[in-house]
Write a protein that binds this ligand. Structure first.
Ligand code: NAI
Length: 366
């Protein structure tokens, strides 16, 4: 996070952002930021986060950083959407109201479809429902409103596809049977991932800081529970970070004995150097935003097919298998780490579509 006011327009120039919209509504107390990064592929889409930020600059920076990440996620996943993100400044435990989300919905509506919103950290499907009363530009919705409902299962499905490809690079086989997978975090996605991995005959070592999350799964066969701080030291074939960002860093990487890292957490690498170091140690890293795109692929299905169709959406999620394969092939061909290959794949698709649409080539200015 920034120490003080950072230069918004400098940041926008560096990463070629299109718009940043600040929203204020004194009647409901809403203060929010909508960052629209790149709409080459289609309207910007990305969740609406609600969080208490130390300063409003931090909120704007977070919206920008996350919005840019969505451009890459959709581009690499082959979805025709651009990247954006909204952030509501406030405490999700205390500051929510119907008025606040309806007000946010009106701001989204005013953008006329340039930005589609959805659930994110600090917001729920119920909050999306309130926004939806004011705007149709909401992606994540309950099934009774035509949405895909909860998406964590689809995210878990995509993670398994990516994990299989990464494992094949080490063992020569897609099978996870008999391999030990360490899962850090048993929340919405981790809680879906663990039973699926058990169903594929993987052995499991799991942890969570919340005991009820562990309790819910502890009866699964072959499951061992460890203290959260010990997870990095466990003998395991695959490590699946499914809790926080920044968990692959100079303190944790030397402790890992696994040959593969493949999990759903966003921004797993604390820095680019960590992405280089992890590969130097012979660990295959399945880039986070490539393999955790399942939920976003699943719930945006209805934007392209009229209504949400479960089987069609899931078939698209399974394509994460081929995308991960392409990322590793590109990395090998170019002699670059997998996280860089992921970015190149996304950038190449945006450039190709821009050319096909006769749009100017985009790109930041350093
Ligand atoms: P969640 O909040 O439901 O679950 C996170 C879990 O991690 C919680 O059970 C929490 O107690 C646990 N946890 C927190 N700190 C921990 C630690 N130090 N050690 C072990 N466990 C810890 O979140 P969700 O939705 O499962 O997402 C997990 C990660 O995946 C996040 O980084 C999220 O941004 C990312 N993600 C989630 C998607 C989804 O479909 N929900 C889609 C793409 C990415």
């Amino acid at each position: 996070m920034s120490d003080g006011p950072f230069q918004i327009t400098d940041y926008m120039r560096r990463y070629d952002f299109e718009n940043v919209v600040l929203c204020n509504d004194n009647s409901t107390g809403l203060r929010a930021v909508i960052a629209i990064h790149d709409t080459t592929l289609g309207p910007a889409a990305g969740g609406c986060r609600m969080w208490t930020y130390p300063t409003e600059w931090d909120a704007i920076e977070d919206a920008l950083r996350l919005g840019r990440g969505m451009t890459y996620k959709y581009a690499a996943a082959g979805v025709d959407l651009g990247g954006g993100k909204a952030v509501i400044l406030g405490d999700p435990r205390k500051d929510k109201s119907e008025g606040l989300f309806r007000s946010m919905g009106r701001f989204v509506e005013r953008l006329g479809g340039l930005y589609y919103t959805g659930e994110d950290v600090g917001t729920t499907l119920a909050d999306m429902e309130q926004m939806h009363r004011e705007t149709s530009f909401v992606i994540t919705l309950p099934e009774y409103l035509g949405g895909a409902g909860p998406i964590a299962g689809a995210t878990a499905c995509g993670v398994i596809e990516g994990m299989r490809v990464a494992v094949r690079r080490v063992t020569g086989s897609d099978s996870l049977a008999g391999l030990t997978v360490g899962v850090q975090g048993l929340g919405a996605v981790g809680g879906e991932l663990v039973p699926r991995l058990a169903g594929l005959d993987a052995k499991l070592v799991v942890c969570d800081t919340e005991t009820d999350r562990v309790e819910a799964l502890k009866d699964l066969d072959g499951l061992a529970v460890v203290q959260p701080e010990r997870i990095y030291d466990q003998p395991m074939d695959v490590f699946a970070p499914c809790a926080l960002g920044g968990v692959l860093n100079n303190a944790t990487i030397p402790r890992l004995t696994c040959k593969v890292v493949a999990g759903c957490a966003n921004n797993q690498l604390r820095s680019e150097e960590d992405g280089v170091e992890i590969e130097r140690r012979g660990i295959v890293y399945a880039p986070d935003y490539i393999i955790n795109a399942g939920g976003t692929v699943y719930d945006t299905d209805r934007l392209f097919g009229g209504t949400h169709v479960h089987d069609r959406a899931l078939a698209k999620v399974r394509r994460i298998h081929e995308t991960t394969q392409r990322v590793f092939e590109l990395a090998e061909r170019e002699g670059i780490p997998s996280f860089r290959a992921a970015d190149r794949l996304a950038e190449a698709r945006i450039a190709e579509v821009a050319k096909a649409k006769g749009l100017r080539a985009r790109g930041g200015v350093q």
